[in-house]
Design a protein around this ligand. Structure first.
Ligand code: ADP
Ligand code: ASP
Ligand code: MG
Length: 403
């Protein structure tokens, strides 16, 4: 008897018909003699709607209360799915995050899973129940409800699979698997049969929404193979697994992230310790920095630019204005109309010219590059936001339409 964890995202349970569709997938798996734990997200746009509701009442509401509200979305879907499974004649029980044993850090709205105490789930499975668990939520040491950050249900599913040594962890979504680019934007994007944890982690971090990056990190850590597949079509999806077992593709995907802003500090004195003083101030405020660019010093000054998440832009600007008045510098500029476009591929480690090919695609499309950053398996460029989709299209065509 195998233990199978199946996760269904918001669009897979968006309405009654889809809830029944999911219930059928789950009960088919159960009827084949498997133990099944199901993790579900809130229906459709419920989480966005709840955020909007909160903003109507109090945009500065405490994060504790935001979590109390957001967790409600998943509570609705577990109950509805359990009711559908009951109707299909199978024994089932739904559990909230805390009932399923999700212990998290106390950081409301972006909590991390510390452990999953699976006794209750196991007890229910021993009673032959299908167990339906609310994704995206847990409980902290103050016994308050927490949520894991947007897209967090993927991580809930992988955490259960890891804690219970599941035989299979399936992430059902609204596309057939992981593609070489967002298939909704690039219609001829190719479905990948397999992708390594490292490449998937980069793609997820660089903006490919299909899997939450923390879920991939966790899958890699505990060596859980993931299958990403569609809940609408009965077709094989993409396997995310250890790289050793697969051929290295030159490029496995193109990703776009528009949740980014560039901060430039102009005319900083060109002397030792300035970067340290700048970035330590940002670190003290927990502001994560991504790409950094420093200009060559001229006339005793230089410019330093870096990117942050859009949500941190205002705070970063304030910290930098303070820096300029205390340490030196001319002015601080913030540009929120930028996007990061990246290519990811384990094969680029051993192939020269991959970055060049990407730059050529951008040149052909007359798109100006503002910043560049590279690692062993990725190249990212910062460009104007208005050209982001065109850039993804041009780069994808360059790498995938020519072979
Ligand atoms: P779920 O609600 O199932 O968690 P998400 O909306 O979080 O689903 O993620 C699925 C979406 O991710 C797809 O509808 C697709 O538009 C988007 N996406 C972005 N990049 C990719 C990619 N490289 N491969 C597949 N889907 C992608
Ligand atoms: N419902 C949550 C969100 O919309 C969690 C998830 O879907 O994974 O972010
Ligand atoms: Mg998701």
């Amino acid at each position: 008897m195998s233990l199978i964890v199946q996760k269904f995202g918001g669009s897979s349970v968006a309405n009654a018909e889809r809830v029944f569709n999911v219930a059928r997938i789950v009960t088919d798996t159960y009827k084949k003699g498997n133990r099944v734990v199901v993790v579900v997200s809130a229906q459709g746009d419920t989480t966005d709607d709840l955020i909007e509701k909160a903003n109507e009442i109090n945009p500065d509401a405490s994060k504790r209360e935001k979590d109390m509200l957001l967790a409600a979305g998943e509570q609705i879907s577990i109950a509805l799915l359990a009711m559908a499974i009951e109707r299909l004649g199978c024994p089932v029980v739904s559990l909230l995050g805390w009932q399923a044993g999700f212990q998290t850090t106390s950081a409301y709205t972006s909590a991390r899973i510390k452990s999953v105490r699976t006794d209750r789930i196991e007890k229910e499975l021993d009673k032959n129940n299908i167990v339906v668990v609310a994704g995206f939520q847990g409980i902290n040491r103050y016994e308050d409800v927490t949520t894991l950050g947007r897209g967090g249900s993927d991580t809930s599913a992988v955490a259960i699979a890891a804690a219970m040594h599941a035989d299979l962890c399936q992430i059902f979504t609204d596309v057939q698997g992981v593609y070489t680019a967002d298939p909704r934007k690039i219609p001829n994007a190719k479905l990948l049969k397999t992708i390594s944890y490292d490449e998937m982690l980069e793609l997820a971090t660089l903006g490919a929404q299909v899997l939450n990056n923390r879920s991939v990190e966790m899958a890699k850590k505990y060596n859980i193979e993931l299958e990403v597949l569609s809940s609408f079509t009965n077709t094989p999806g993409t396997i995310v697994k250890e790289a050793k077992k697969m051929e290295k593709l030159l490029i496995s995907g193109v990703a776009k992230d528009t949740d980014i802003a560039r901060v430039s500090v102009i005319g900083v004195p060109d002397e030792p310790g300035l970067a340290f003083k700048m970035f330590s101030r940002l670190a003290a405020k927990n502001i994560n920095i991504d790409i950094i660019l420093q200009s060559i010093g001229r006339d005793g000054t230089k410019d330093i630019s870096f990117t942050v998440a859009k949500s941190s832009a205002k705070e970063a600007e304030e910290v930098m204005n303070e820096y300029v008045s205390n340490v030196g510098g001319k002015k601080v500029l913030v540009d929120e109309k930028v996007a990061k476009v990246s290519i990811v591929g384990a094969g680029m480690e051993s192939h020269a010219g991959v970055a060049t090919k990407m730059f050529e695609a951008l040149y052909d499309a007359h798109i100006n590059i503002r910043m560049i950053s590279t690692s062993e398996i990725k190249v990212s460029v910062l460009i104007d936001e208005e050209f982001a989709d065109a850039a993804v299209k041009a780069i994808h065509a360059k790498f995938f339409d020519e072979d």
